[in-house]
Design a protein around this ligand. Sequence first.
Ligand SMILES: [Zn+2]
Length: 372
Amino acid sequence: MTNILTPDNKIITPQNGLLTPDAIKQANDFAPLAGYVHTWESKQFLKIKQKTIALFFGNQRGKGAMTIMGYIHRIMGSHPIAERNINYFKCYNGHTFSPSEWLDGFEPRYKDGLCPKCAKPNRKEVRLNQRGNKIIRFAGDILPESEKDEVGKGTKEVKSIQYLEFMKWCPPFLIKKLPTSRKKQIELWDPYGGEDIIFEFVSYKMPVESTRGHQRISIWADELGSEGFYDEQRPRLMIENGDFLITYTVTEDTKSTVLFDQIFDRAQVYYRSQFMLDEYYKKVLGEDKARIEQTNSPYSIAVIQSASDDNPVLTTEQVVEYLMEYPDPEVQMMRRFCIFQQLSSKIFPQFRWDTHSIDLEKEFKARMGVTC
Ligand SMILES: [Zn+2]
């Protein structure tokens, strides 16, 4: 099947000789990012401050594209949340600025170098935040390479979706080194200078212990990792105050409930597309849900729910055609809306006192023939 996650972007070619080759190259380098079609969900995504952000999206909604779009903004210094940028600026009083706020090109916008957010008599100097590293981890089912076919019939090309998606959106001038058979990482030039930015790839097939060790500034876990994997990643983000991105589509083969129990069920805030509200919550469940719902959860987790139909470059006909591959209407619904419902009806996703416990005394008396 062809990849319909993201649109082809227009490439500029010299027409009337109005543009210099340099200008054309520069424009083309940014063509993919400029061609990203924003939606309400993608705009919310860039504003979320929670440490863990989970995109529970229907099939073909474009969760990988949205994730990478966010990472490119962090590299380019244009992410709306200052601290999410690889490079950002801060004053002694804790005010933070993204490069696009603080700089005018590569020059400081405020010549005195003092924080405009601090109170007047006591304005502090703004400095570049010093990070311990510039490494971002991508975790997924496979590494960016071809792997041996399990049946043993030679090799088959299996590609890392995370790698392909990254290459699709990343401005080419940033790329310094691509992954080799020995080193599974992409090295980028930092447009603001200093050490290179590293995107390292780890696979869920690797033993969890081998992903221990160093600190990371951000981790993206695509699809489903093992139960131990999620616990092991969080400590990696502590020092750099990093964030954890999870992208997932429920499938009919999913046995694990770790993402439901540890992430979905614990969210502090849910963002839902209008299509999810109308076509799933209202029509299927008869529930009125808010587009943004806050809970009293103590966990710093945000969930975005979006359906296949919310992909701005897909038509409803394309979505329906795709869903026809799955004859079971329950599976269609599960994949279209990314819902854990079917799972939770088969097995108890989480222990709940109201449904899982019995009144012992009452039960005993009932069994003994003594009603109470
Ligand atoms: Zn300040």
